[in-house]
Design a protein. Structure first.
Length: 375
């Protein structure tokens, strides 16, 4: 019978040197490949594989839930709905694409729409989101969709299309504006993933200023806040957060927790005589943030595992907390003492009675499924 102790005692130091060298070589090759892949495609190969393939396969489900997909389909049909006219055949294909649950069927319908009309911006948008294998390829398709969408928008009269136009012409102009705004937002996201922060910030600023009012739920100012935090442009972040905090309807986990993070940064940079007062101000801001959404600290403090967030979130719910922590945890780690202050604020606030709405819990359960503690 094979004796493991005899085998191990027979190994010489040369074996351990070779084993260590081989493992170091393999680790170095993986690191070099990861660096090259990130520089070329803007994302980690291992992260992309685990989130897009291994996670859903091991979890027994898709990357996105049916409820999340249904909300997306409803929004797309409302924003990009059929308006008739010469584009009716292509729009019919896209209507089927938005309603379909199968990614293959959606891509096939988008390709059929492109066959009917080569400059169908909505079809190019769908292909960039669901068919492009890399961020770089998605950006290339989005640039093509941008040109097509801008040409269609200008053909409808641009910003003055609603003046002197009929109901049908105004609806088509609004549809073109919605498609163009979505394309620009996705292009800005690609620039952010590829590390071109200045380009991403510029595009998000333009969207926050020029996007149609109907697309306010996209909350492009939240994307802009995240990019500015990555740039360490804290003065710009403060001005942006102050503007949106004044309006109760636009308050979200991004705005209130970013305000608390800025307070923590001020406390970290304060001189020792003023440090205590700055810490108290930061704790007060964090307590307000925890009261707004009590689910966030568990994710930021890594007491609950992060997962790929859904496309839609429930305000003040667990899904919003997951999405915020997924994109902003790195910014909290960068500010010295911020997580420590958050832990104190969360501990002090946990003794107060929770005021979670039942409708929030139902929406989170539908959006997150087995993620985020909803089984």
């Amino acid at each position: 019978m094979w004796d493991s102790s005899t085998f191990l005692s027979a190994l010489t130091p040369k074996f351990y040197v070779a084993l260590t060298g081989t493992s170091s070589l393999i680790s170095g090759l993986i690191l070099i490949f990861e660096w090259w892949y990130f520089r070329k495609y803007g994302t980690s190969f291992i992260e992309q594989m685990s989130l897009a393939h291994l996670g859903p396969w091991l979890g027994g489900g898709g990357a996105g839930g049916y409820y999340d997909m249904n909300l997306t389909a409803q929004e797309h049909q409302a924003w990009f709905g059929r308006c008739g006219g010469a584009e009716q055949a292509a729009e019919a294909h896209m209507a089927r694409a938005w309603r379909s649950r199968s990614p293959g069927a959606r891509v096939a319908a988008a390709r059929a729409a492109l066959a009917e009309r080569a400059d169908c911006a909505a079809a190019l948008l769908l292909l960039a989101e669901e068919d492009a294998p890399t961020v770089l390829e998605a950006e290339r398709v989005l640039r093509r969709a941008w040109r097509a969408g801008e040409a269609a928008w200008r053909a409808r009269g641009g910003a003055g299309a609603g003046v002197g136009a009929g109901a049908g012409g105004g609806a088509r102009a609004r549809r073109c504006a919605a498609v163009l705004a979505h394309v620009k937002r996705r292009a800005a996201m690609c620039a952010r993933r590829l590390g071109r922060l200045r380009d991403a910030a510029r595009m998000f600023r333009e969207l926050a200023r020029d996007a149609p009012p109907a697309l306010a739920p996209l909350a492009t100012h939240e994307n802009l806040i995240e990019v500015l935090l990555e740039q360490r442009a804290y003065a710009d972040v403060q001005a942006l957060v102050s503007r949106y905090e004044e309006c109760a309807a636009s308050r979200s986990a991004v705005t209130v927790y970013t305000a608390a993070l800025l307070r923590a940064r001020t406390a970290a940079c304060a001189a020792p005589p003023a440090r205590t007062a700055a810490d108290l101000a930061a704790l007060e801001a964090m307590s307000r943030a925890v009261e707004f959404n009590p689910h966030v600290p568990a994710y930021l403090l890594e007491q609950r595992a992060l997962a790929l967030p859904p496309e839609h979130v429930v305000r003040r719910g667990d899904s919003e907390a997951l999405a915020y922590a997924f994109w902003h945890l790195r910014h909290w780690r960068h500010v010295d003492g911020a997580l420590r202050l958050l832990a104190h604020a969360a501990q002090a606030t946990s003794s107060r009675p929770a005021r979670c709405l039942a409708c929030n819990a139902c929406g989170d359960r539908e959006l997150l499924g087995g993620r985020g503690g909803w089984g």
